[in-house]
Design a protein around this ligand. Sequence first.
Ligand code: AQP
Length: 329
Amino acid sequence: MSKLRVLSGMQPSGQLTLGNYIGALKNYVKLQHTHDCYFMVVDLHAVTVPQEPEKLKDQSEAVTALYLAAGIDPNVATVFLQSTVSAHAELGWLMTTLTYMGELERMTQFKDKAAGKESVGAGLFTYPSLMAADILLYDTALVPVGDDQTQHLELTRDLAHRFNQRYGDTFAIPKGYFPEVGARIMSLDDASKKMSKSSPNAGSYIAMLDAPDVIRKKISRAVTDSGREVKFDPQNKPEVSNLISIYAQCADKTIAEIEAQYEGQGYGPFKKDLAEAVVAALEPIQQRYAEIRSSGELYDILRQGKERAEAQAEQMLKRVKEKMGYVVL
Ligand code: AQP
């Protein structure tokens, strides 16, 4: 039996955070040996907010290198840059024409990102249609993401159904794949907001490439409530619950084990050990990252990924265009 197809991606819109790692990247690594995996760096999505050209290039390379450093094997999974496979932009347009304004207006990520801005690019608004195209181009069965992407994924499923109904069975209907713990890692300074790589406050996130001492400092300053009980209770203790989720994922412990370990001890020892657990999880990735960046192998890997991805994507795009009545030459 052929393996189920998996596809996901991250924006090179800043340094990848612990949220990106726990919410999605860890699952990429886990799924690659049992599934047929495509992992992209979604650089077309990144420009839905302004990006400096030099930074965009550097961050695209950095995200690719972090994929590999975290354990993705480019000989097993296909690793590529979204912009190098032009079928994404083309199907993105076709999906935009299939999407209703009301659907896009309901997207909470758009509302959050547009809030307080004087002018907002149209691409930020239509982003979910491009994301649907990314996924549908590859007959994707599973999409490993954090739960901030649930609403976008639901739209992808709706668009796939809509297209299939209108033009006949074409797209597979994808499902989300979420971590059991840490599907939404929250900001260290405000547990009502998700940890985000584009936050202007670097103290709100832990970047995967933060130095050990920076990680220790950020965790020691992370906001907690005024109590002292290390208890997982997202409703009443969102800050500590967030830290427990991070600990569980970095140290491979259960929530119950962590609660038992720190019973009656207060937040001090818990935060100290948490910082060491995060450092221990990220240090080997950081070492491999440095080796990969200096090895000069990235572009070869991305070229190989582009070829493999393009072969799949072009086939699907052709099928879609034929169904819609385009003359395909
Ligand atoms: N805080 C988070 N907790 C769990 N998962 C998260 N993800 C992002 N933040 C968290 C997951 O990481 C993947 C890549 O996300 P993205 O680059 O497409 O953009 P995003 O979801 O908008 O993430 P950021 O870090 O907040 O980026 P910016 O600041 O550029 O918008 C996705 O699977 C996402 O669910």
